[in-house]
Write a protein that binds this ligand. Structure first.
Ligand SMILES: [Zn+2]
Length: 96
């Protein structure tokens, strides 16, 4: 679900070296933590439901949003890196 294909189905570009690292996860943590967690806290404080109701509803929302955003942001970060021909810096790059 979160992985890339090895090759582009249209042009055959090689995606096997794709490596967005921890970047997408950091953005997901920020987005979910800033926007969704306060909504869950507000829901619980204002409506005062039993704890399991808050846990079930907002736990599902948080997990779903995290997975959805991770997929989206991983693709976005990969595309930005791809457009700019970004790659890992290696020692050989400095030995010319
Ligand atoms: Zn392509």
């Amino acid at each position: 679900m979160l992985g890339f294909n090895d090759f582009c189905a249209v042009c055959g570009a090689d995606f096997r070296d794709e490596d967005t690292g921890d970047g997408p996860a950091i953005f997901v943590i920020f987005i979910v933590g800033i926007f969704i967690v306060p909504m869950a806290l507000g829901f619980h404080m204002i409506l005062d439901p039993p704890f399991f109701v808050t846990f079930l509803i907002w736990g599902s929302v948080i997990i779903g949003a995290s997975l959805g955003l991770l997929r989206l942001l991983r693709g976005l970060m990969f595309n930005v890196a791809w457009q700019r021909h970004a790659r890992e810096v290696r020692l050989q790059d400095f030995e010319k």
